[in-house]
Design a protein around this ligand. Structure first.
Ligand SMILES: Nc1ncnc2c1ncn2[C@@H]1O[C@H](COP(=O)(O)OP(=O)(O)OP(=O)(O)O)[C@@H](O)[C@H]1O
Length: 378
């Protein structure tokens, strides 16, 4: 690696010698309109990592990102980037690159002129600018497209120009606010992999905001799930999926079915039959609980057939069946638990379309696959 390369600069440790790039401590944002937009958020992000803030609309993702960018000042709490308060420099001096859903490229300029813009703003030596621009055109696979005007480029190519423009001055931090939301599915998936490749290549610390669960799982080293302004869980993608901390996270990532109940005297949860599973710690008597089982962990068979290796079994009727390409989703209403619809994935292509609407079936799962959480209605 040569001196001053993007990677070297991006992974240099902070002042304290620690490799924490972003530190958010007890941050709250109160816009004074009722609920807190962000409530008591705390997390740290290691240098060079890719973090996604994931959550439904209105959960506070963009507000949190805007505070990290220094566009909004928290009502309380503290945010530092590489050890310095984010508002210690004026916005144009901050070493933060950004890509938003609206790309805000200059349409009358060429791709190269757009990418050169932040370098001119930062008064880079004009002699070095063309070479740097070429380097970043190559990085985003747009070598040879520098002289094209923005309106002569496809949506995906424009996205690449926006990424190059955000990174060309070698920022310490890259912030992405739903930059892929407007793209069609195929292009979005291609660009997700591109973000990952470029981020790995440069090693630039990145925070991405999205409500797309798949995108979060695909691109991130770490994911923060938000709901109602609060951080619900902060974990690696696999851990988040396998071991959700609460019913909200279990329901937001992947497809799950839920059984509600209560803790009763004697220790274990009851209140509804079929509510047996794994949970952390014991619940106080009377605590409302919710069991969650993922669609891929529920088995299905014809009512007269065999349902292998399940310790919880119910009978029911197929209410809907949806072909999703690599799998078939069955929606099943059971005799034992009316009012709950179970969603079941079938991954065996030989069996796709096996059960039509109205077919009588058995479904089942193993208790170890049902996760039980304390349940607070939001
Ligand atoms: N400038 C503002 N003034 C007042 N309220 C705001 C402002 N910005 C956001 N809010 C409120 O704060 C809450 C969180 O909004 P935010 O935009 O951060 O959510 P989000 O998770 O990014 O949602 P989306 O995915 O829809 O963009 C919402 O209730 C929103 O109405």
């Amino acid at each position: 690696m040569t001196n001053g390369s993007p990677s070297e600069r991006a992974i240099s440790p902070g002042k304290s010698g620690q490799s924490t790039a972003v530190r958010v401590r007890d941050v709250t944002m109160d816009f004074g309109n009722g609920a807190l937009a962000v409530s008591n958020a705390s997390f740290e992000l290691e240098t060079g990592k890719f973090l996604t803030i994931l959550g439904p609309s209105g959960s506070g993702k963009t507000t949190l990102l805007r505070m990290i960018a220094g566009f909004e000042t928290p009502t309380s709490g503290e945010i530092t980037v590489n050890g310095k308060p984010v508002d210690s420099a004026p916005p144009h001096r901050r070493s933060i690159g950004m890509v938003f859903q609206k790309l805000a490229l200059f349409p009358h300029m060429t791709a190269a002129e757009n990418i050169a813009f932040p370098l001119k703003m930062r008064r880079f030596n004009p002699k070095t600018i063309p070479r740097r621009v070429d380097e970043f055109l190559d990085l985003v696979k747009l070598g040879g497209y520098g002289n094209r005007r923005i309106n002569e480029l496809s949506g995906g190519q424009q996205q690449r120009v926006a990424i190059a423009r955000a990174l060309v001055f070698k920022p310490e931090l890259l912030l992405l606010d739903e930059p892929l939301a407007a793209l069609d599915v195929k292009l979005r998936e291609e660009m997700q992999l591109e973000f990952r490749r470029i981020q790995h290549e440069l090693g630039v610390t990145t925070i991405n905001v999205t409500h797309d669960q798949r995108e979060a799982l695909v691109v991130s080293d770490d994911i923060i799930v938000m709901d109602g302004g609060r951080i619900q869980q902060h974990a690696k993608p696999v851990d988040l999926y396998r071991a959700p901390d609460n019913a909200f996270v279990a329901g937001f990532l992947g497809v799950a079915s839920f059984i509600n109940g209560h803790a009763v005297p004697g220790g274990l949860t009851s209140g509804e039959n079929f509510l047996s599973g794994t949970h952390a710690g014991n619940f106080a008597d009377g605590t409302a609980v919710r069991g969650a089982v993922r669609a891929e962990q529920i088995r299905i068979a014809a009512e007269s057939g065999q349902l292998a290796a399940c310790d919880t079994r119910l009978t029911g009727t197929v209410r809907d069946t949806i072909f999703e390409g690599e799998r078939q989703l069955y929606v099943v209403a059971t005799d034992e638990l009316p009012g709950i619809t179970f969603r079941v994935y079938h991954h065996d292509p030989e069996s796709f379309g096996l059960f039509e609407i109205g077919t009588r079936v058995m479904i089942g799962w193993n208790a170890r696959d049902m996760k039980i959480f304390e349940f607070r209605a939001s």
